[in-house]
Every structure is written in C-alpha cells, then in structure tokens.
Design a protein around this ligand. Structure first.
Ligand SMILES: Cc1cc2nc3c(=O)[nH]c(=O)nc-3n(C[C@H](O)[C@H](O)[C@H](O)COP(=O)(O)OP(=O)(O)OC[C@H]3O[C@@H](n4cnc5c(N)ncnc54)[C@H](O)[C@@H]3O)c2cc1C
Length: 396
C-alpha cells in the first residue's frame, strides 16, 4: 500500500465506487460518511444502469461482487410506451429488443459497492469544512462535526447535491429548484398486486401524462435472483437486504399544482393521500396502483438541478457526481454519471500515487468530468422540461 492517501467525503454510489477502484490499485483511501450506517437513509428505490455504468462496475468491483450485482439486477424489456391518464397508449417512445437495460435496487447496489471496504469507510463523520495548506501544495485537512480531523493528499467531494465541500470550494456553483415536486411510492409485487399492472408497465419504464401538468412514472424491479440467495452463493460475507420484486412509481406535477409548497412537511401517509387526492379524475386502474403504495414508504422529492459553471483552477480538492453536477432525474443519468466520474478519478489518482504529478492529473480528470457532467445536466434539464414541465436552466 502506498503512502499516498485519498479522503473521500460521502459513501454514496460515486464515493464507494471510487473507493473500490482505489482499493484495487492499492491506493490508500478512507471514505467519511455522515450517516451512522450504510442504510440509515433510504435514498429511493430502483435505478437504471446504462451499458457504460455496467462496464464501470465490472472494472471497479472484484469479480464475485460484479457477478453479485448482475445476479441481483433485473432485466426488463427496453420498450417505452407513453400512456395517458385513462390508460390509453399514446406513443411508442423506444423499442429495442437488442438492448438489455439493467435495473438495480439502490440499497442492494450500495451494499455491494460497500462490500470489502469495512476498513476504509468510517460512519458518523459529517464533514463541516476543510483546510488546505497555505501554498496549496501540502496535505488537506478535513474537519468533522464531532470535532475530529483527518488529513490526506487529496480530498474528494462525493457528498451529493447539498455538498458542504462544493459550498466552501465553489460557492458560485448554484443549485436551482426546477419548479416540480414528486411523490414516490412502491408496490411490492405478489400475485394480487401483479394483476394491478397492465403488461406494458413491466417494460423498463412507463411514463404517463395527465392533464394539468400532472404525470406519473412506473418501472419494475424484478431481480434475476433474490439478493440474499445470490449473496450466499457468490459472496457469503455480504449481508444483502432482500428488497423482493416491486414496482417503483412516482406521481409528479408543477409545484403550483400542489396545495403545499414544501412536501417535506408532510408524513408518508399524508403524501400518499395527497397523491390520491390529486388524481381523482384518473383511470380507476391507476388509482388502484396508488392505493397499493406502501404507505410508510412514500417520500417527496423536490426536483433540483445544478447550474453549469466554467472550469475552475485545479487544486488538491476535487469533486464527483451530484456534488458538482446534480441533475434532474428525468434522464435517469445521475448515478451513471457519478460512476463514470469515479472510474476516471480512480485511474488518475492511481497514477498520481505512483509519482505522476498530481495537479495535471486532476486537471485532466476535471476537464472530462465537467464536459460529461454538465452535458448530462443540460440533457436531463431538456428531458425534464419536456416530460415534467420543469423550469429551464438559465441561459449560459
Ligand atoms: C428518485 C431518484 C431516482 C433516480 N433514478 C436514477 C436512475 O434511474 N439512474 C441514474 O443514473 N440516476 C438516478 N438518480 C440520480 C442518482 O441517485 C444520483 O445522481 C446519485 O445517487 C449520485 O451519487 P453520488 O455518489 O454523487 O451522491 P449520493 O448518492 O447522493 O451520495 C452522497 C453521500 O454523501 C453523504 N454526505 C452528504 N453530506 C455529507 C457530509 N457533510 N459529510 C459526510 N458525508 C456526507 C450522504 O449521506 C451520501 O451517502 C435518481 C435520483 C433520485 C432522487
């Protein structure tokens, strides 16, 4: 193990993927996570992983963990049919029998990414600020809410959309409210609930557009093999949460359509009732789906996006994923982009650990990350404007 030390703030998808990549290259890495445990916070349900994201996971994870990821993934048909609120099919948006999309349960993926990293992840460490040496050439010190500090050669902000690091480092990099609110729910699939969903909803994703800027999205997650069973077969040390088969759903609308601006003030059962109250004119089949949402698992989301900024001078503090280029979920691209960042950064840090000059290596990483990340932000904002009526990004 080299002396070179990387500090990663945040054990989300990007931070953990980076740590796996660095560990494989023998680079010293510690991830500092504010939560007390990996699954303290449920951060949503299923994610769609694109072919690049799949390749990155194959490169970052040990073979048995990559196999575990593939075994616990679902493989729904790549067909997207738009419906209206009376369940009429209005348009086929995508249909490609040759492509196999990958759906994963977010918690399962995070558990797989954390596997084998127990000596490298410290929980209960909320970063409050960091300090660089006077000439910027020396180590970086991280300060945590519990009064402790840690020091390393590089500090990586993988701390998500509300990044404390970004606020200190690039205070001009702003996050904007997209003017849209969503309520997320999930229906566990069993013989009774399966019958609620028309066949078309078992495709990778089904968008549904209602009148008055209301909409819904539905996507299945049916793992190829139950997570606990696959773990017992492939990685017995991994204790995976068994999420079962389910349908992930969301109801959304422009903010002004909701009776409350801040949906976070409502409890899960209140949010559930709100989704029902706002869809009284929808097809009874759709309302039956909402009625079957697990009431305690309903959560709200304010759609926010980063506003792209020009490149900044490179230093020993760098960023990845939502910490710098959070985007509308409309494109299903945020996690995939964070994984791409993690892979690119792991590569340059591994070279720096063997003596390649650090700052030029980080500069090259940031150039690619900024291009890729902000292209995804712009595209997701365009998709969000079309699909969710979200506010456009300010003109450059
Ligand atoms: C509902 C929803 C659905 C989505 N669906 C998709 C999809 O299908 N496909 C896709 O590609 N993307 C999707 N995304 C986007 C994706 O979830 C994010 O882009 C992705 O999680 C970003 O990863 P990250 O590692 O950058 O940040 P996060 O996953 O947000 O991780 C940040 C981590 O940092 C920790 N942290 C925060 N502050 C501190 C601090 N001060 N100190 C220490 N730790 C801290 C947090 O606790 C967290 O663990 C979706 C997002 C949402 C909300």
């Amino acid at each position: 193990m080299s002396e070179f030390r990387v500090m990663v703030i945040g054990a989300g998808l990007g931070g953990l993927c980076l740590a796996q990549g660095l560990r494989r290259s023998g680079v010293g890495v510690t991830v500092f996570e504010r939560d007390d445990a990996l699954l303290t916070r449920s951060q949503g349900y299923r994610l769609y992983i694109d072919p690049d994201g799949d390749l990155i996971l194959r490169g970052a994870l040990p073979a048995e963990l990559y196999e575990l990821f593939r075994a616990t993934a679902g493989y729904p048909p790549l067909r997207i049919v738009k419906l209206d609120d009376q369940l009429n099919e209005t348009r086929v948006l995508e249909d490609d029998p040759d492509e196999t999309p990958i759906s994963v349960d977010r918690r399962t993926l995070r558990q797989i990414l954390a596997e084998g990293l127990c000596d490298h992840v410290v929980f209960g460490k909320r970063l409050v600020r960091y300090e660089t040496s006077e000439n910027g050439d020396g180590p970086v010190t991280a300060h945590f809410a519990d009064g402790t500090t840690a020091t390393g050669d590089v500090l990586v902000a993988a701390d998500g959309i509300n990044s404390v690091v970004r606020r200190q480092y690039l205070p001009h990099a702003q996050i904007m409210d997209s003017g849209v609110r969503q309520v997320y729910g999930k229906v566990p699939l069993n013989d009774e609930t399966r019958a609620l969903f028309p066949e078309v909803m078992f495709n990778v994703f089904t968008p549904l557009v209602g009148s008055r800027e209301r909409y819904m999205g539905i996507g299945p997650h049916q793992p190829h093999e139950p997570a606990a069973q696959a773990a017992a077969r492939l990685a017995p040390d991994a204790e995976l949460h068994d999420g079962g088969d389910y349908m992930a759903c969301y109801f959304g609308a422009r903010t002004e359509r909701f009776p409350h601006e801040d949906l976070r003030t409502l409890t899960s059962p209140q949010l559930h009732q709100l989704a029902l109250d706002m869809t009284t004119d929808w097809h009874p089949g759709l309302r039956a789906i909402i009625e079957h949402w697990l009431p305690e698992a309903v959560f709200p989301l304010t759609l926010r996006t980063s506003i792209p900024i020009p490149a900044w001078p490179t230093s020993r503090v760098t960023l990845l994923g939502d910490a710098i280029h959070a985007m509308s979920p409309a494109g299903g691209a945020g996690a995939n982009t964070a994984l791409r960042d993690a892979a690119a950064l792991a590569e340059v840090l591994a070279r720096a650990a063997t003596g390649e000059p650090l700052i030029p290596a980080l500069r090259a990483y940031e150039a690619g990350m900024i291009d890729r990340g902000y292209a995804a932000v712009r595209e997701s904002a365009r998709d969000g404007a079309e699909r969710y009526h979200q506010n456009p990004l300010p003109a450059a």
